[in-house]
Write a protein that binds this ligand. Structure first.
Ligand code: IVH
Length: 711
């Protein structure tokens, strides 16, 4: 019987039982509990290991709740490895020490490609000398997960001990905490897995970690409860795993990837790459991005790719672990002191550095939002000089006790604006000064306001020049009205020279006015006027986004335009109507209504229309009714480089046709659109049997009616 059928089956039995229509004998209850456990485990496996859930979280909870009730009604039914036993047992006074029968080694590091090449060369020579191997050995490369290493011991398929790595020789017994982690099987092989033969005794090693998204949520929850927040996901994972009260650990969103085995009584596959698949078959989540190479250049390309792509992952990695694949080769190479010769960690360039916080200034954004910003002593981070960093908001600064004059840790992650992570409290001299949010807007001097449930302060003055300059910049931005040549500097100049008082003034600028400005010759002035003129014909969603209404980003603007065919129609909408739109909450709805209530804004809308700016939905801007396009309602995942469409264009066109674009492949994906050098999404699509199409097929699905790609 397939899983979904089995699920429906137990759901029906459970329903009959819980609604009181079924009478249950003990034997039947025992059988039902057994079935429930299997079904729950199998869904767990699909969720954590295959990342392809078949049922919703709510349905899963109903099953779990039913099992709980059943176990409560017939006390003898409960087993230690029942999925109900993940709630956390009694608190401990301290953790007991556990000696690792086989030490958990650490890794030698390679900080650049030369060192990585040198490591590989050493392995080659070593294997030649020891075993006479001529061919370059295969290696398995895995993402180096930034979490906490643990060893999980299974006896007769049951989890008996979970221990931290500790110093490698001795760790702490955190079994009760480990049992609360749903990604870690309590019993193997799990129902739904594919590996049947379980060694009598097996130690599985891997990393407990916290996803970045879960980390944000956890910190928000802790902050709201007035508790201490964690500095990063790794600290959060370590801190959560080392709670003396397992019930606390049970509330923490811990995840797990298995990547090795310790001592085994029984057989395991002969090489690392196969080992990972074998572990997955037993029921352990393994990272999906592992790859095997025999070509050194391909390995280096893999490392290079992940050094850039790491920010796109929802968990932190700090390098790539490269392991000689064949276990017999590993054995022959052996270890030096506390690290094996057969493995190396290629470390990504550091992206954190310490420097002095010289000052904290506040900036006024286009919506009037006030953001504290750090002025730093310039410091080189990952090849880029950083002298400014964001401090997010008042609460961010105060909760971390960041003071002017502090030595601070600054982090630069990918394209993201650098941020101050924390102060180095140990480096304080006593001359550091606490900072306070100014009471007045630095640009216009009006008092700042903080809305009841928002973290940010705002300058609400309608005539604040700083706000207006930012608004002009935003309005002219690429995702809004796309006025080429109108950037931050020119926005300042136009406003300061008194040429712009409202956005509509852009459209009455004259050649003579521009020529009078510094740095303007005829050509530049004419180009700018042409660009402003061209902006009159943009799609309505870009105008709605460009107006700078608080909480109305690009996606929300598109959503609004899908429901309102003109700016006037939107202006007339009330909070209830707006809130009824899926994806629009009360906060956004209020913000929109408030914006159109302001007299100046209403005048602006009228003037924009009068000067000829498009205020109506363009044909093709609204999604077609479901069923109109073969793309409507379908979920797409894009991978690789497409021959003619950019990623953004493809996404926009799919969305315009009523389709959805997801970031990862699951059973729910309808099509994977693959271009050149597709990534792991391609493999996953193949594994799951999801239809893979090329750009030509996508364009055909989108239909000719859609016209040429939007620029
Ligand atoms: S293998 C002897 N594989 O890195 C090999 N380790 O510096 C031992 N780590 O303590 C580890 N991801 O916490 C291995 N895919 C991976 C890993 C990994 C993260 C951590 C682990 C270990 C540390 C070594």
């Amino acid at each position: 019987m397939n899983l979904l059928q089995a699920t429906r089956d137990v759901q029906a039995k459970v329903h009959a039982l819980l609604s009181g229509t079924g009478h249950l004998e003990r034997d039947e209850a025992a059988a039902l509990a057994g079935r429930l456990r299997e079904v729950i485990e199998a869904h767990n496996y699909r969720y954590y290991v295959l990342d392809a859930p078949l049922i919703t979280d709510a349905e899963y909870d109903v099953l779990l709740q039913a099992l709980r009730r059943l176990e409560a009604r017939f006390p003898g039914l409960q087993t230690p490895d029942s999925p109900t036993q993940r709630v956390g047992g009694a608190p401990l006074d301290r953790f007991e020490k556990v000696r690792h029968p086989v030490p958990m080694l650490s890794l030698q590091n390679a900080f650049d490609f030369d060192e990585l090449r040198a490591w590989y060369e050493r392995c080659r020579r070593g294997l030649k000398a020891a075993l006479g191997v001529e061919a370059p050995p295969a290696v398995t490369a895995e993402l180096k997960i930034d979490g906490v290493a643990v060893a999980l011991t299974y006896e007769a398929g049951r989890l008996v001990v979970g221990a931290t790595r500790g110093n490698g020789v001795e760790g702490e017994n955190v079994t009760e905490n480990v049992r609360t982690i749903r990604a870690i099987p309590l019993r193997i092989p799990v129902a739904g897995g594919t590996t049947a033969d379980v060694p009598a005794r097996l130690e599985v090693r891997g990393e407990i970690y916290i996803r970045k998204s879960d980390f944000e949520k956890l910190n928000a929850r802790l902050a709201a409860a007035g508790e201490k927040t964690f500095a990063n996901p790794r600290n959060a994972a370590a801190g959560s795993l080392r709670q003396l009260d397992p019930r606390v650990t049970a509330t923490r969103p811990l995840s797990f990837f298995a990547y090795a085995v310790g001592p085994v009584e029984g057989t395991v596959p002969p090489a690392q790459y196969e080992l990972l698949a074998w572990l997955r078959g037993l029921g352990f989540p393994t990272n999906p991005h592992a790859a095997r190479f025999t070509d050194l250049d391909a390995l280096l390309a893999f490392c290079e790719r992940w050094a850039h792509a790491r920010d796109a992952l929802d968990y932190e990695i700090d390098g790539i672990v490269v392991k000689v694949d064949d276990f017999a080769y590993q054995e022959a190479l052996g270890a030096i002191s506390n690290a094996p010769r057969w493995a190396v960690a290629y470390k990504f360039p550091a992206r954190e550095a310490t420097t002095r916080l010289l000052d904290i200034v506040v900036n006024v954004g286009r919506t009037g939002v006030i953001k504290p910003e750090a002025v730093l002593e310039p410091v080189l981070i990952g090849g880029v000089t950083v002298s400014q960093a964001t401090l997010h908001n008042e609460e961010y600064v105060l909760s971390r006790d960041i003071r002017i004059g502090d030595v601070v840790v600054v982090k630069r992650a990918g394209d993201v604006i650098p941020q101050v992570v924390r102060p180095v409290v140990e480096a304080r001299t006593g001359s550091e000064r606490p900072w306070r949010m100014p009471e007045r807007c630095p640009a216009c001097g009006n008092p700042l306001e903080r809305l009841p449930d928002e973290a940010d302060y705002y300058c609400v003055a309608s005539d604040c020049p700083a706000q207006f300059i930012r608004l002009v910049e935003h309005y002219a931005g690429r995702d809004a009205m796309d006025i080429e040549g109108l950037g931050a500097k020119l926005a300042v100049l136009l406003v300061e020279q008194g040429l712009l008082h409202t956005l509509a003034d852009l459209y009455t600028l004259t050649l003579a006015q521009l020529l009078a400005l510094e740095g303007f010759a005829e050509k530049r002035a004419r180009n700018l006027l042409a660009a402003i003129e061209a902006s009159k014909h943009r799609p309505l969603s870009r105008l709605v986004f460009g107006l700078g209404i608080r909480h109305v980003g690009k996606t929300v603007a598109e959503l609004l335009v899908a429901h309102f065919a003109s700016l006037d129609a939107l202006a007339g909408a009330d909070v209830e109507t707006l809130e009824a739109i899926e994806g629009i909450g009360e906060k956004i709805a209020r913000s929109v209504v408030d914006w159109f209530r302001v007299e100046d804004n209403r005048v602006l809308v009228t003037r924009l229309r009068e000067v000829g700016v498009n205020t109506r939905r363009l044909p093709g801007e609204a999604p077609p009714a479901p069923g109109e396009s073969p793309v409507a309602g379908k979920t797409f995942v894009l991978t690789g480089t497409l021959p003619s469409l950019s990623r953004k264009e493809a996404e926009e066109r799919i969305k315009r046709a009523g389709g959805k674009v997801a970031g990862s492949v699951s059973k729910k994906t309808d099509y994977v659109v693959a271009g050149e050098s597709p990534g792991s999404k391609y493999d996953r699509a193949r594994a799951l049997g999801v239809e893979i199409i090329d750009e030509a097929r996508l364009l055909a699905l989108l239909g000719d009616a859609d016209g040429p790609p939007a620029r």
